[in-house]
Write a protein that binds this ligand. Structure first.
Ligand SMILES: Nc1nc2c(c(=O)[nH]1)N[C@H]1C(S)=C(S)[C@@H](COP(=O)(O)OP(=O)(O)OC[C@H]3O[C@@H](n4cnc5c(=O)[nH]c(N)nc54)[C@H](O)[C@@H]3O)O[C@H]1N2
Ligand SMILES: Nc1nc2c(c(=O)[nH]1)N[C@H]1C(S)=C(S)[C@@H](COP(=O)(O)OP(=O)(O)OC[C@H]3O[C@@H](n4cnc5c(=O)[nH]c(N)nc54)[C@H](O)[C@@H]3O)O[C@H]1N2
Ligand SMILES: [Mo]
Length: 688
């Protein structure tokens, strides 16, 4: 992103036209970033709560007083109850290596605070993917232009990953078939040659039935399977039970459509699959990703550029995670609280030996993004809980802060950015000085370290030093890339072959224990695990339950087949995927993006609306046993019959009845990586 500055002020932002991936484009969220930077409601000074919790009333204080108050509280908590009574809570408000996911980990690990396990986003999919093909970058997103058949499988690309779209569109223009597998008629589905509507959380049945067809009709690439996979014979026997007819029953996709899909996927090469994160979010989400990730090897799709699967380009970046997390600071026996269970942790429902007394939130807005909203409100309202929040705005969560700290935005801070969406490393250079008394997250933790009297110089590294120590610079992927070079160009493509010739697994070479695609996963023997990256590098297992070695279909937790009584009371499935103009809960308070999204809404199919007497734009209540929220009904065939869609990102403060979809979302985990299950959620919708 290029920033226009006049007289020390940001006047506009634009995409960099020279950038091979973004090609000069920004998205609906960031197009007018200056409006966020200079928003009149931005938090610019440290503040102390002056009204009741949740009221959002604050008074300005100085940084010295803020730091003294916070450090005194941390010390007092440790003295009274020990460090486990402190819980940090953070996620991806900003994503760089300096200020992002890991910025506070060394500080809290040094304190001995409870470890916050961050499995919000892709933990289940990453686990399933890595068990199958290892942490390989997989396909280059740019090489999709060479694909002949593309499946966007639970990926809302035009809204969430828009910069990749031109490469998909180019392939389509060159004759590739574009297939979207999604319960929702997304923007991408509208552009696709085929949209396969599937019931949420049932995709494993589809993928396994595709395998059934592929192996029984002799459509495998036998040579590739023989040389570069393990467990094929067992898989072949295993998938006999997953007939297209079985899958049709479960998924709602016609058996003949499944047969044709399998045949085309196998024979039109190179074929490419892009999976999103929505795919992991039901009871069997992890095994479902295992099944989908197995497909390319069966048909030899990896042989050519434009073939294979893309999960997360993240795996291409040689990041020094150990140096960022500093798990070596974590004292043995430190408890772990999964972020998904914050509501339970704060309301003494997790059986924690040491209840949480001090909560420190930065880079995150749990009241909107975590489930169990009612319990979260109850927990955050506890008079004996002390909450610190570092933010740009008085978010729903920040309203409960005892101390609120001002954070800089991306144009005011330096950072080194890896990517979830492409193979370029980017140096984010500040364009303007911090506004008001805002500080970057990295500076915040330097100040806190000083206030706590830490003497290890590690805590006082400047941004540049953090960048230098955050990557493994002698790794082949960074050959030819340096901080000096980045300062001149802003970004650099990782040292990988050009997209035209990039076929990383044409001859196997998968980073799994066997070096092959593990159709039968050897890592399953270790039981369910959470990758260190999602648990601050902390090694201990929390839930080592058994895991199937072959990809299997598992019904949702919440479906008629699993719980008939529940399904009778709550017959509709609800999903809460990303909003087009929001970035998770970011921009949920901003005029332009709100105008784009419209009022808080829920999409419902005309047939489901009709039987409930619901008309387009009526206000309705969506409810289940966990809670309820009100929204405007959008009666549309974009929603699938039986499935309602309530996008993430609207704020509680601006909501119709003081609640958002998080009030209904379950706290249950998926099968792998302790992923959330918000596509596995039964509800009812009623007028009014
Ligand atoms: N505009 C916008 N862009 C974003 C974000 C945002 O909030 N807004 N968030 C960013 C973040 S943090 C992430 S992780 C990425 C996520 O990017 P995506 O993975 O694209 O995100 P989602 O919208 O969660 O899910 C994608 C699609 O999966 C579908 N889906 C849900 N459950 C199922 C299922 O069981 N089966 C199938 N087949 N489909 C299913 C949904 O209908 C949705 O269309 O986007 C990033 N980009
Ligand atoms: N129902 C439902 N829930 C979901 C999802 C879903 O699809 N549906 N998606 C899940 C996923 S994939 C993700 S990634 C998570 C996202 O969860 P979060 O990362 O918690 O979500 P954001 O809304 O991005 O919240 C980040 C907050 O950080 C603040 N922030 C931004 N930059 C900075 C900074 O530099 N410093 C500080 N201190 N604060 C900053 C923003 O103002 C914002 O309020 O949500 C998860 N929850
Ligand atoms: Mo995410």
């Amino acid at each position: 992103m290029l920033v226009k500055v006049k007289d020390g002020k940001v006047t506009g932002v634009q995409g960099n036209p020279d950038h091979p991936f973004t090609q000069g484009r920004l998205c609906a969220k960031t197009n007018h970033y200056q409006e966020r930077v200079y928003h009149p409601e931005r938090v610019l000074y440290p503040m102390r709560r002056k009204g009741p919790k949740g009221a959002g009333q604050f008074e300005r204080i100085g940084w010295d007083e803020a730091l003294e108050t916070v450090s005194a509280r941390l010390r007092a908590t440790i003295a009274r109850s020990g460090p486990h009574a402190i819980l940090p809570y953070s996620y991806l408000g900003t994503q760089g290596l300096v200020n992002g996911l890991t910025v506070g980990d060394p500080f809290f690990n040094k304190l001995g605070a409870t470890v916050s396990e961050r499995t919000f986003c892709d933990s289940g999919a990453c686990t399933g993917y890595i068990m199958t093909v290892g942490p390989t970058p997989g396909m280059d997103p740019e090489s999709f232009q060479h694909s002949r058949l593309i499946i966007l499988w639970a990926c809302n690309m035009l809204s969430t990953n828009a910069h990749m779209w031109p490469f998909v569109e180019k392939a389509q223009r060159n004759g590739a078939k574009l297939i979207v597998i999604d319960p929702v008629r997304t923007r991408g589905a509208q552009q696709a040659d085929q949209h396969i509507r599937i019931r949420p959380g049932t995709d494993a049945a589809l993928a396994l039935a595709m395998m059934h067809v592929i192996v029984n009709e002799g459509l495998t690439d036998a040579d590739y399977v023989e040389k570069y996979t393990t467990g094929f014979d067992e898989l072949q026997a295993h998938v006999q039970q997953y007939t297209p007819e079985f899958a049709a029953e479960v998924t709602g996709v016609d058996a003949e459509v499944i047969r044709v899909l399998a045949r085309e996927y196998a024979t039109v090469q190179p074929s490419a699959i892009r999976i999103g994160v929505g795919i992991e979010r039901s009871a069997g989400g992890g095994q479902l990703v295992r099944a989908v990730t197995s497909l390319p090897a069966l048909v030899g799709a990896w042989r050519k550029p434009g073939g294979g699967i893309l999960q997360l380009p993240l795996w291409a970046f040689p990041i020094n995670w150990d140096g960022l997390h500093r798990a070596d600071f974590i004292p043995e026996g430190t408890p772990v609280v999964n972020q998904w269970q914050l509501g339970r942790a704060l309301t003494h429902d997790l059986g924690l030996q040491t209840p949480i007394e001090t909560l420190f939130v930065y880079n995150s807005n749990p009241l909107v993004v975590a489930p169990d909203q009612a319990r979260l409100v109850e927990g955050l309202s506890r008079e004996d809980l002390f909450t610190v929040v570092s933010e740009h705005f008085v978010t729903d969560t920040a309203r409960y802060a005892d101390i609120l700290l001002p954070a800089t935005t991306q144009v005011e801070q330096a950072d080194l950015m890896f990517s979830w969406g492409h193979f370029y490393l980017t140096l984010n250079q500040p364009s303007v000085a911090p506004i008001g008394e805002a500080v970057s997250n990295a500076e915040l933790f330097r100040r806190l370290a000083r206030a706590m009297g830490f003497d290890d110089p590690f805590f006082y590294r400047d941004d540049e030093q953090i960048m230098r120590e955050s990557m493994v610079w002698d790794h082949p992927a960074l050959q030819g890339i340096s901080m000096e070079g980045l300062r001149a160009t802003g970004y650099a493509r990782l040292n990988l072959p050009a997209p035209d010739s990039y076929a990383p697994h044409a001859e196997g070479g998968f980073p799994t224990p066997s070096g092959k695609v593990e159709l039968k996963a050897s890592m399953a023997a270790g039981g369910n695990f959470v990758l260190p990256v999602f648990r601050q590098g902390y090694a201990g297992l929390q839930d080592g339950g058994p895991v199937d070695a072959l990809p299997t279909f598992r019904p949702r937790h919440e479906t008629g087949a699993t719980d008939a009584a529940l399904a009778a009371s709550y017959p509709l499935s609800m999903m809460s995927p990303k909003g087009h103009a929001f970035l998770n809960s970011n921009y949920g308070n901003m005029r332009r993006q709100l105008a784009h999204q419209g009022p808080q809404y829920v999409m419902i199919h005309p047939a489901d609306a009709a039987v409930r007497g619901i008309a387009h734009e009526d206000v309705v209540t969506v409810r289940n046993g966990r809670g309820s929220f009100k929204a405007q009904a959008r009666v549309t065939e974009d929603a699938m019959a039986g499935v309602v869609v309530a996008p993430l990102g609207f704020w509680v403060a601006g909501s119709i009845a003081g609640a958002t979809p998080a009030a209904l979302n379950p706290t249950a985990f998926a099968d792998l990586g302790r992923a959330p299950t918000f596509s596995d959620n039964l509800v009812e919708v009623v007028p009014g």
